[in-house]
Every structure is written in C-alpha cells, then in structure tokens.
Design a binder for this molecule. Structure first.
Ligand code: G1P
Length: 289
C-alpha cells in the first residue's frame, strides 16, 4: 500500500505579468473569481483531495496570501455581534481547513526552483503540486484522481490534457507509451516546445504528484528555457531514473492566468451560483442584443 499523500506545494511567487497592471499591487493569486480569490479554489481542491499541509511558496509583497488563510479575529467578532454568525463561521472555516506553511522563494529562478524551496517542509514524503493559474473543475478533484493513480502504481504522476497543436507552446508537453486508455508511461517531456518539436499534444496544466526524489533532480537541473530552473526538466530526470506516469484526468480546465480564461471561469462559476444565475443570464442576454 502506497503512502497517503498529505502534503501539497502551491507555488505562488510569480510576478503575474499576464495580469498587469493589477498585479503591480495585488498578488495575482488574490484576484477573485466572483468573490473568492483564485488561490482559495486551489486550496479547496487540495483539501477536498485529502491534503492537510500546504506549503505556499511566496515572495516579497505577497503577505496578503498568508493573511487570507489566517483568522481575522476582529472581523469575525464584529460579524458575530452584528448577527452575521454564518459569515463569521465561513471565514473561520477558510483558516481552519488546512495548515498553511509559507516558504520564501528569494529570487525568481523558475518553477523548479520554487518547488525546491519546499524541501525542508516536505522531507521524504510524496507530495502534490498545484499551480495557481490553472483552475480545474471536476466531479472528483483532479489532484484526487492523480492520487488514485499514484496509489495504484506507486509511481509519480502528472495530470495531462489534450490541447490543439497551436497551443503546445504554452505548456510542458509529455510523450510516452500507453499503459491503459488514460494512463501512459512518460519517456520524454519538453517545456513549451514549438509545434514541430512537440512529442505529443498532451499538456500538463499544473497538477502533479511527485516523489521526494524530485528535490535531488531539481538540485541537478541546470537553468533551461528562459534561463530558469524548469520543473519540466527536473521531472524528465525523475521520469528517466525513477519513473513517471501521465494521466488524462477528467474535468474542465480554465487558464485563469489569461484574461479570456479568467472571464470564462467567472461566467461558468457565476452561472452555477443560484443567487447570481438569473441576473447573470439577463446581463448576457442584454449584451447579445
Ligand atoms: C508552467 C509550467 C508548464 C505547465 C504550465 C501549466 O508554465 O512550466 O510546464 O504546463 O505552467 O499552466 P507557466 O504557465 O507558469 O509559464
């Protein structure tokens, strides 16, 4: 029986340049989809997958992230006293849903480097990595689906989805040999390849289950694309030496780091909220006239 995964890393140290100017002063992870910051959805996916400890990799000027997952005693007290107990409870639930441990990435040296900053907290355990720009809407949380594959095979696993040829340049792309309908053994991986250099159209939208051996591979990974220590390059070494599976998860993915992907997620989640649905549909009809 493979070990249950209880720890996750959420890299959140990026500059958020795709969302300037707001990210000049607001961490991109704090931008809300309706009324919850994006990071809240990611933490929810982790918690619903059974994660107990989350290592948030942050950087200077990102204190808001830590504050969001802390108690706000004064606000909770005021809400209680003004008859808004439900709200007070909901705010407490956010702070109590898991342990958030913040680790600093002191220099913007790439995603591989960012994950490496969690080493002291993760130790020797297999852990999940969830990237904050990718919101995955699924009946069974994507991370939980990957955990099931890890539990079955005992091998690190990345989530993949098929993307159009012109989009391979946006992602880490994997290639490999099939094990079953949805799973394959990874033999090659390229970070943001040109379409003629892509080994397949299977892209990693930011969900991973990785053995702690990845930390050694990160240490040995030289800066690659863009002069950064790429997580994809470290994963390829892990694949070659220790094995790596790719699993085509079930669910819809939204690239919330992109303005249109962000609007798509906002409309989708808005339509699902009973108190907003009718009003939002009326707004949409107005714009279609
Ligand atoms: C990162 C990873 C890439 C992955 C992508 C998913 O790239 O490096 O392998 O496919 O996230 O969103 P970024 O989008 O941060 O440049």
């Amino acid at each position: 029986m493979n070990q249950k995964i209880k720890k996750a890393v959420i890299p959140a140290a990026g500059l958020g340049t795709r969302f300037l100017p707001v990210t000049k002063a607001v961490p991109k992870e704090m931008i809300p989809i309706i009324d919850k910051p994006m990071i809240h959805y990611i933490v929810e996916e982790a918690v619903q997958s059974g994660i107990e400890d989350i290592v948030l990799i942050t950087s200077r000027h990102k204190e808001d992230l830590e504050r969001y997952f802390d108690y706000n005693y004064e606000l909770e007290d005021r809400l209680m006293k003004s008859g808004k107990e439900d709200w007070a409870k909901q705010l407490k639930i956010i702070a109590e849903s898991c342990n958030i441990i913040c680790a600093y990435q002191k220099e913007p040296a790439g995603l591989g480097h960012a994950v490496g900053c969690a080493k002291a907290v993760i130790g020797n355990e297999t852990f999940a990595v969830l990237l904050g720009d990718d919101l995955i809407d699924a009946k069974v949380p994507c991370t939980k689906q990957l955990m099931a594959i890890y539990e079955k095979h005992g091998v690190s696993t990345v989530g993949v989805m098929e993307v159009p040829e012109e989009d391979v340049i946006k992602y880490g792309i994997v290639g490999g040999t099939p094990i079953d309908d949805r799973t394959f053994k990874v033999t090659t991986m390229v970070e943001k390849p040109k379409k003629e250099e892509a080994p397949s159209r299977f892209a990693i939208p930011g969900r991973y289950i990785v053995d702690a051996k990845i930390f050694n591979h990160i240490k040995e990974t030289k800066p690659g694309r863009g002069g950064e220590v790429q997580f994809t390059d470290a994963l390829l070494n892990l694949a070659k030496k220790d094995g790596l599976l790719a699993y085509q998860f079930e669910g819809d993915r939204y690239d919330t780091g992109d303005r249109l992907g962000y609007l798509d997620a906002t409309i989708t989640f808005g339509l699902r909220r009973p108190e907003l649905r009718e009003g939002l549909l009326a707004l949409m009809r107005k714009h279609f006239k």
